[in-house]
Design a protein around this ligand. Structure first.
Ligand SMILES: [Zn+2]
Length: 98
């Protein structure tokens, strides 16, 4: 039996697929948050609150390269993905409103 990988939630900070319970970040009460992974968000706060999208891009590209993806492809992928995520959307957008 092979079931296709479910299109589950993704971390809204780094784009990592959230599959197992340990992948999910936690809120202040230790309650699971569905928007962020455990690396980006723990105990109700971002683990690296001052991080910029550029820094996140570098970290993600590095991780993807280690998984075997060519750096150019990884950078293109992250440049397309990160601005869509909740954490970066405000910064990448027009800046007005919200
Ligand atoms: Zn994350």
């Amino acid at each position: 039996m092979s079931t296709p990988h479910p299109a589950g939630p993704f971390c809204q900070s780094c784009g990592m697929p959230l599959v197992e319970p340990k992948d999910f970040g936690t809120g202040k009460n230790g309650i699971r948050v569905n928007d962020y992974c455990a690396y980006c968000y723990a105990d109700g706060a971002f683990t690296k609150p001052g991080m910029t999208m550029e820094e996140m891009t570098d970290i993600c590209v590095d991780a993807l390269v280690k998984q075997g993806m060519p750096a150019t492809n990884a950078r293109t992928l992250m440049a397309a993905t990160l601005p869509m995520l909740k954490r970066w959307r405000a910064a990448a957008g027009a800046g007005a409103g919200v």
